[in-house]
Ligand binder design. Sequence first.
Ligand code: S3P
Length: 437
Amino acid sequence: MTAQDCFLVKAGGGLKGAATVPGDKSISHRAVMFGALAHGITRVRGWLAAGDTEASLASVQALGIPIERHGKNDLTIHGGPFLPPGAPLNLVNAGTGIRLLAGMMCGQPFESVLDGSEQLRRRPMKRIITPLRMMGADISGVNDRAPLTIRPAGLRGFIYEMPVASAQVKSAVLLAGLFAEGATAVVQPGPARDHTERMLRAMGADIVTDGNRIVLMPNGELRPLDLTVPGDISSAAFPLVAALLVPGSDITLTGVNLNPTRTGLLDVLRRMGADIAVTETGLEAGEPVGTIRARHSMLKGVEVGGNVVVEMIDEFPILMVAALAAEGETVVRDAAELRVKETDRISVMAAELAKLGANITETPDGFIIRGPQTLKAATVDGHDDHRIAMSLSVAGLVAGGQTTVLDARCAGDSFPGFAETMAALGADISQRALTPP
Ligand code: S3P
């Protein structure tokens, strides 16, 4: 048996004080990839050094782009033309990494293979293969999954009506569009996160957004970037919900990205009666940044569906934990995308929370939770899915007794230092090496 990490969580007193969270994962992937594409030197401060983003950084280095590191979180990227990689690029667990890089690789004059972990090989890639082929790309997968093989081909711009609101698909198409002849337009069914558009625009790309339609016209070289990555609201979500649930809590999270395409959880929690105060403090990397204060609150059930779903797509595992504490019924619809994330996040969360005594009704595109429900401590499994492992830890804080979250190392895919950050706020969470029997 190999050793693995687990979280040991004990229910306890309120969370107090101020904290920062690591850099935004979506922006960190893009900073390293787009910085590599630009001609010249890009500087990035506060970059997220985590499992997923390190995989993107290593892939870009394998394409011949020199990157200097100053400590873990500050990068100097010497952008320029890519060289053929000597081996398949390994994106490990990073869905954003593989899908965005695939768009970029379709425009290169050499063959590349993009691969990753067993978990990544299970995730759907047809959603990018189809539109990239419509542009003329030579891209194929194994049963439409990774490994993806991409060969040189001429690309043409086109208009793509995206069937699902996905920032990864939108970004793959727009990035290929940088190498295409003519304009590329993407029409999205909902407001998927717009970091690609913001960053490419800041780099001098001709990219125009009009409601849900984004049009990119290739206009030559991208300018290098100089940016500080704001804190990830998807990571802030864990201490935030913990503070709402544990009596006596009052915490402040500073330097958090407040891009409106990412703040759906704040809107939904407010509708549930959460005491959350948000103060915008400025702009970082073209994104609004600010402080979030959260205090213990009595929550009530809520209906969630429509456009807000994509604005909080990564926050449903932690919303489930909040809904269990809320008085009344929480009904989530239009969230079938949750079934094709790192895991099927509806089924996995329902099954793991059931071990803590919860009763959750799954629906094809969401779930129903009738609260409040009392949780009891147990041993649960993180399923190599960072957001599952961290959500279960927060559930453990209100489960009475000691909860063990197995397979917890994956938290470092997006939130290195999760246990330390929570502990600094007063939560009884620690990360331990564990050798299973
Ligand atoms: C991301 C987009 C989302 C999100 C993922 C990061 C991105 O995925 O779930 O964690 O950085 O573009 P989809 O675009 O597939 O919904």
